[in-house]
Design a protein around this ligand. Structure first.
Ligand code: PGA
Length: 252
């Protein structure tokens, strides 16, 4: 049985006050739910406070990005060591919003991933096609390039194992979720590419999350797909009832 992971990507949302309240409610509502790993990824300014608050509760702390250098003249960036100091053990890498708005490429994704190999951060690396890609029937080509370039030289079984988040860009924040068939087809393809790049055993154990308007209503049918092992949740992770319902539905 593969691990299941539900992670909340809060993006640039919540004041520190709201974030602390949300983190506390998440801990309370998911307590006792077994068979699923739960992670929250608040804005960077909240990490120290929330890191202390959730330490030892079983809910993991994640950052939304990490730089590949340890220190230096990189205004606005945060290193793996700095994130580790806040008790962060997870990090989102290559989110499509960073690709579309902040010049993230498969090459910079690769640099960031290589950095996490010798850190304590377990990466959730985001890939996925745009609507134009899908319409042009380039979905698989795009996903394969993102995997082959982004993961170049990166071990699949690093710290806890690399996590892949399949996030079709057209489904993010749009309320338009991939159908279970579309998700399963893409997830299966991702696992096949990983098999070719690494080996069948490691690819078979790799957690592949779905992301893109996942919510308490569609989580069950998505999680029922053979190769869907969790979710990266944006909007619905900001409402504790919705997030807890997703966690519950994803538990084995
Ligand atoms: P969404 O975001 O759930 O709001 O679509 C998912 C994500 O961007 O990770």
């Amino acid at each position: 049985m593969r691990e299941r992971i539900i992670a909340g990507n809060w993006k640039m949302n919540s004041s520190l006050f709201e974030g602390v309240k949300l983190a506390r409610s998440v801990v309370e509502t998911v307590r006792g739910i077994e068979g699923v790993t739960v992670v929250i990824c608040p804005p960077a300014t909240h990490l120290v406070t929330i890191g202390k608050l959730i330490d030892g509760t079983g809910v993991g702390l994640g950052a939304q990005n990490v730089h590949w250098e340890e220190k230096g003249a990189f205004t606005g960036e945060l290193s793996a060591g700095m994130l580790e100091d806040t008790r962060c053990r997870w990090v989102i890498i290559g989110h499509s919003e960073r690709r579309a708005m902040f010049a993230e490429t498969d090459q910079t994704v690769n640099l960031r991933l290589l950095k996490t190999v010798d850190s304590q951060l377990r990466p959730m690396v985001c890939i996925g096609e745009t609507l134009d890609d899908r319409k042009a029937e380039r979905t698989f080509e795009v996903i394969e390039t993102q995997l082959r370039t982004g993961l170049k030289g990166v071990p699949l079984k690093g710290r806890g194992g690399l996590v892949i988040a399949y996030e079709p860009v057209w489904a993010i924040g749009t309320g338009q979720t991939a159908t279970p068939e579309q998700a399963q087809e893409a997830h299966r393809f991702i696992r096949d590419v990983l098999m070719d790049m690494y080996n069948a055993a490691d690819a078979g154990e790799t957690v592949i999350q779905y992301g893109g308007s996942m919510n308490e209503e569609n989580v069950a049918e998505l999680m029922a797909c053979d190769d869907v092992d969790g979710g990266l949740i944006g909007g619905a992770s900001l409402k504790v009832d919705k997030f807890a319902a997703i966690v519950k539905a994803a538990a084995m």
